[in-house]
Design a protein around this ligand. Structure first.
Ligand SMILES: CC(C)(COP(=O)(O)OP(=O)(O)OC[C@H]1O[C@@H](n2cnc3c(N)ncnc32)[C@H](O)[C@@H]1OP(=O)(O)O)[C@@H](O)C(=O)NCCC(=O)NCCS
Length: 188
């Protein structure tokens, strides 16, 4: 039996990755609309490598970016979850929340619904003090998820992503934070 936690929401299951997820995950990582604000579309090999990294993160830390499935259809739609930030920045060490869904799954509130479960896990079970999130300023759909979750941004904390070279169009990022105190007051 796996010891990877499984989270259930009204419409979704956040579960361990299965080998059958690799193909639909690679398809979404090759979709230019899904990858518009990410560095580049991924090859099948790069996509599989990302899943291997996610599985390794779960193995080491006991949490990570879960595979998300719609309960009604058992369809895999992407990932939502929490991960340790893998680079150094003024706000690290920290745990970030992130999401990437297949285009057909957008516009249903799935990212926000799954993220609420991941946040509750992070604060209630992992006893984190804070969860952050970041993206490029133009990624309005992702920023809207952050805002729906009650995360807040201070423009003074905008930062340049250290993995991207100076002059790269996606280098500048906005940072959102959700402290435990805000979660305990009740996120929207
Ligand atoms: C970021 C991303 C996950 C957001 O997806 P999304 O579907 O817009 O976000 P949500 O799941 O929270 O859904 C909210 C939308 O569903 C609508 N919705 C429909 N039914 C709903 C319901 N029952 N409950 C809640 N919202 C519902 C909302 O009105 C909202 O639409 P709006 O933004 O047009 O007002 C998606 O755009 C994506 O995967 N992008 C590519 C990857 C990416 O950029 N990831 C982030 C990198 S930092």
């Amino acid at each position: 039996m796996s010891d990877i936690p499984e989270l259930h929401t009204e419409r979704l299951v956040l579960r361990e990755w299965r080998d059958e997820d690799l193909e639909p995950f690679a398809a979404m990582n090759a979709d230019p609309k899904v990858m518009r604000y990410l560095v580049k579309q991924m090859t099948r090999e790069e996509s599989d490598h990302r899943v291997a990294q996610i599985r390794e993160h779960f193995r080491i830390h006991g949490f990570g970016k879960w595979a998300v499935e719609v309960r009604d259809t058992a369809r895999f739609i992407g990932f939502v979850g929490i991960e340790r930030v893998s680079f150094q920045a003024p706000f690290t060490p920290s745990v970030e929340i992130g999401w990437r869904l297949a285009r057909e799954a957008w516009g249903n509130g799935f990212a926000t619904e799954a993220a609420r479960a991941a946040i509750a896990f992070g604060f209630d079970k992992l006893r984190l003090n804070e969860i952050v999130s970041f993206t490029v300023p133009d990624n309005v759909p992702s920023r809207r998820v952050m805002e729906r979750l009650g995360m807040t941004r201070d423009p003074a904390e905008d930062f340049d992503h250290p993995f991207l070279a100076e002059g790269h169009p996606l280098r500048k990022h906005v940072l959102y934070r959700l402290p435990r105190s805000a979660f305990e007051k009740g996120v929207p």
